[in-house]
Design a protein around this ligand. Structure first.
Ligand code: SF4
Length: 433
């Protein structure tokens, strides 16, 4: 194959991982990757449908691709394509719509010239095996993602992902270790284990495995960098797993644990299987083991029927919880989910108003956490880009750190001393070790 291509991606680390793998496949087949804004012969739009906003962003990207190059072929994939291929196929310029599972056959479809307005989307809930898309490098990134699992069987009431990503299925251990060896050879100082529901890792494998056994296997590889865990459900962080992470020198002291609501009544209606008391004990247990660890949580505000009292209880609960990073998601009604059929859908303005109040709590918590590291030494990995003539790096405990431009090269791992807080960043100086 020949010509230029560009890929634009919305959504989670799993989608980003798949885009990097599709790009590597196209590049290996002779196509040249160019920036989306410059216009390409072939444009891949890897969509997300987790909220109404991402649906709209996906459609806008398709329209933009056509405006930039009216002659381009547009292939649409990702979760929006999996859930509603017809409406995307009707957009002007779309020449092929493929599902999430069909991503690994992209080159085959293009070679067979099947991009004449076709829709190729299989029933993803029938897929039993997770085949990881091969990749040897992670584009121009300083940290590499490794997909270990796909799909989800939890069916939280508000969530469209199980319908877009299929049932939970694990990548074979050998494939994961092989990919980590590849990326280690590529010099990546950080690897992020990602998936839709990584706490379910290994449950479908024969013999059964789990995330802890996988981490113990990774410890035997040549990987010498740091490893970060993607988002993991509260009731899957077992005491054994927490002890292992807390005593390891190579797993980042950073947890991302979705909470979703600070009220037991709402958690129940969300089909989330834990209580606020359980969640508090979990965070306190992490805090006791690793007082300096970063703990990030997701919260949805404006779930149908959320009363003023329940929202106030959520605010009080968050204020009293030992966390450091807060990701606030205004509830978005997803057709086909149980929550979309619930009465008492709240008005958009109220949802936004509540989200803004929660974000304030999050900003205060993060600022207090960051300030606690002034004068201390952290390990950071330099990322691309920077702000105000400074280079940007990410610490093992998920803090954004600014450094002088001559601090080092992208992807380099550095020991730094935090000198001050500046907005939502820390400023540091490199220390010679
Ligand atoms: S665990 Fe719940 S929120 Fe997460 S992907 Fe599965 S259904 Fe969605």
């Amino acid at each position: 194959m020949s010509g230029t291509f560009s890929i634009v991606t919305l959504g989670c680390k799993t989608n980003q991982f798949e885009s990097v793998a599709m790009a590597e496949g196209l590049a290996n087949s002779g196509c040249q990757q160019v920036d989306f804004a410059t216009g390409a012969d072939l444009v891949i739009v890897n969509t997300c449908t987790v909220t109404a906003a991402t649906d709209s962003q996906s459609r806008n990207l398709i329209r933009r691709a056509r405006r930039i190059n009216p002659e381009c072929r547009i292939v649409v994939t990702g979760c929006y394509a999996q859930i509603d291929p017809q409406s995307l196929n009707q957009l002007p310029g779309v020449s092929l719509v493929i599902g999430n599972e069909e991503k690994k056959e992209l080159l085959t479809y293009l070679a067979a010239k099947r991009d004449g307005g076709e829709i190729i989307v299989s029933d993803i809930r029938k897929i039993e095996k997770a085949e990881t898309l091969p990749l040897t490098s992670f584009a121009q990134r300083s940290r590499a993602f490794v997909q270990i699992q796909n799909g989800c069987d939890a069916f939280c009431a508000y969530c469209i992902i199980p319908y877009a990503r299929g049932r939970s299925r694990s990548v074979a251990e050998g494939e994961i270790l092989h990919q980590i060896e590849n990326l280690t050879a590529g010099g990546y100082a950080e690897i992020v284990l990602t998936g839709i529901h990584i706490g379910q890792y290994g449950q479908d494998l024969v013999p059964q495995r789990d995330l802890l056994s996988l981490l113990q296997k990774i410890e035997t590889t040549t990987f010498s960098g740091r490893l970060r865990l993607g988002s993991i459900e509260p009731n899957e962080l077992t005491p054994e797993l927490l002890d292992y992470i807390a005593t390891s020198a190579w797993i980042c002291p950073h947890y991302h644990i979705p909470l979703q609501a600070g009220d037991d009544g709402i958690l129940k209606r969300m089909n989330r299987h834990y209580t606020t008391a359980f969640y508090r004990d979990l965070l306190c247990g992490i805090h006791q083991r690793q007082p300096d660890a970063a703990i990030g949580l997701d919260i949805i505000t404006g779930f149908p029927g959320e009363t003023e009292e329940q929202f106030a209880a959520t605010c009080d609960y968050l204020e009293s919880l030992p966390f450091t990073h807060l990701h606030v998601f205004p509830y978005s009604r997803r057709p086909g989910t149980p929550a979309a059929r619930l009465p008492n859908q709240l008005p958009g303005d109220l949802i936004k108003e509540r989200a803004a109040l929660l974000r304030e709590i999050g900003e205060r918590k993060l600022a207090a956490y960051g300030a606690g590291f002034v004068g201390k030494i952290l390990e950071i990995i330099l990322e691309g880009g920077g702000d105000n003539g400074l280079k940007k790096g990410l610490s093992e405990n998920y803090l954004n750190v600014l450094l002088p431009l001559d601090a080092g090269q992208q992807g380099e791992s550095l020991q730094v001393r935090i000198v001050k807080v500046e907005g939502d960043h820390l400023v540091a100086e490199v220390i010679d070790v």
